[in-house]
Ligand binder design. Structure first.
Ligand SMILES: [Zn+2]
Length: 78
């Protein structure tokens, strides 16, 4: 099966660990599943936003790995 109906949102926490929420199309809704804790949620709108909220709330994972590391806090901790 092509994976065009599946996507994911990944964020890193302050320790540099990656947390991934998978977004799977399920009829009219999107089913969200968190790899880290098994959290699941079905939502009709803005699944990526819900995924980001979960990652931030449950795992303090707010670092977008695709956003570059120019900003203030990196895992360097010099
Ligand atoms: Zn989770």
């Amino acid at each position: 099966m092509p994976s065009m109906t599946t996507s994911k949102v990944s964020r890193w926490d302050q320790h540099g660990r990656e947390h991934v929420v998978h977004v799977q199309k399920s009829g009219m809704q999107r089913a969200l599943t968190c790899d880290t804790c098994g959290w699941r949620k079905a939502t009709q709108f803005l699944p990526w936003l819900k995924a980001e909220e979960h990652l931030a709330d449950a795992h303090q994972a707010t670092v977008d790995p695709g956003a570059g590391t120019g900003a203030a806090s990196g895992p360097g901790g010099r």
